[in-house]
Design a protein around this ligand. Structure first.
Ligand code: SAM
Ligand code: SF4
Length: 339
């Protein structure tokens, strides 16, 4: 065994280097998407959340240990008070070259306010969640969201020079009729597009989820009726697979965590807004990083806790929709683990 130093990179027991960290900075949100949150959510008391300074220490420690890509998520990350201070703090790691990419996943509601600042701090790309282009349907699925606000945010992101990727959750009986419409709109606007299979998260009724489940292989088959699809070999270490539509040249991603096994190339871990480190989205095992963060101002305890957790990163997850019952379901909401 080589001597352990602060810069020994994080490698899990299956020889996967951990280079990608997703951090949820809040459990709160200004929307209430039906597949993500209950309408009346009880949010965590503020003291449970990592402070912005603690988030800085945590991310900085991961970056020192080899994380090169940092994605900020939530809840809605841009509703966290003072969040731009945190982005500003993280931008120093972009400047030093330690961090290759700083990015975020957002519902777009606050982008009109923040897009310029984000771009100035070195953010190059944003993922914006948008399941429909129909204002009435948008209000229905997000409960509290309004489409024009998000469209304004997307426009602001583009004007600020940010590359936009649209993430749409595939919901049977909801946006299946927008498969082509969303693709055409993204081609016209020059946005990337990724479809996400709905996942069995949280405690929403099991029947509701099974009803809404729209396997991405069906989307792919329907796209193939209209377009010539070419599978792209490119992988990001994550669950997305890509096709190119030859007629438009655009690239469409499919995130199929339930029907595809992407675990063998998994290079990522997640931290919740309370400092719980999840080594796998589909498993309950986690490590508390808040206690070591709060126990000492030095980062040695934190580093030890991270290394001990990565040594337990499982080979893969257990989601399985193939049986009638949702198997391998985990009880966390996406807004908690951070999507
Ligand atoms: N609020 C931000 C947003 O909506 O982009 C960031 C957090 S949200 C939890 C991250 C992603 O998770 C979004 O793209 C959202 O659509 C997706 N998501 C939430 N619940 C989901 C579920 N049950 N299945 C699949 N995707 C889900
Ligand atoms: Fe909020 Fe994002 Fe969840 Fe929708 S998906 S409720 S925008 S956290």
């Amino acid at each position: 065994m080589p001597a352990r130093t602060a810069t020994t990179p994080l490698v899990d027991p299956f020889q996967r280097a951990i280079s990608y960290l997703r951090v949820s900075v809040t459990d709160r949100c200004d929307f209430r998407c039906t597949y993500c949150m209950a309408e009346h959510m009880t949010f965590l008391p503020k003291r449970e959340l990592l402070t912005l300074e603690e988030l800085d220490r945590l991310c900085t420690t991961f970056i020192r240990m080899g994380v090169e890509k940092l994605r900020i998520t939530g809840g809605e990350p841009l509703v966290r008070k003072g969040i731009m201070t945190f982005f500003e703090a993280m931008s120093r790691h972009l400047e030093s070259g330690a961090l290759k990419e700083l990015t975020l996943t957002t519902n777009g509601s606050q982008l009109a306010r923040f897009a310029k600042d984000l771009a100035a701090l070195g953010v190059r790309r944003v993922n914006v969640s948008l399941d429909t282009l129909d204002a009435e349907k948008f209000a229905r699925i997000t409960r509290w969201g309004r489409l024009p606000q998000v469209m304004g945010g997307i426009e602001a992101a583009r004007s600020a020079g940010l590359r936009v990727k649209i993430n749409a959750v595939a919901l049977k009986g909801f946006n299946d009729d927008e498969l082509l419409g969303l693709a055409e709109w993204c081609a016209k606007e020059d946005h990337d597009l990724t479809w996400i299979e709905v996942m069995p998260m949280g405690e929403m009724g099991e029947e509701l989820r099974l009803d809404q489940y729209w396997p991405l292989k069906d989307l792919r088959a329907r796209l193939a009726e209209r377009y010539t699809l070419t599978d792209l070999a490119e992988r990001t270490g994550g669950p997305a697979r890509y096709v190119r539509l030859e007629e438009t040249g655009q690239k469409i991603g499919f995130i199929t965590p339930l029907t595809h096994n992407f675990c063998e190339s998994c290079n990522r871990v997640r931290v919740t807004c309370t400092g719980e480190l999840y080594m796998c989205l589909g498993q309950e095992d986690m490590a508390d990083l808040r206690a070591p963060l709060r126990a000492s101002d030095a980062d040695a305890l934190l580093e030890d806790a991270i290394r001990a957790a990565i040594a337990r990163k499982p080979k893969g997850h257990d989601f399985d929709y193939s049986r009638q019952k949702v198997a391998g379901q985990v009880s966390r909401h996406m807004s908690h683990t951070g999507g």
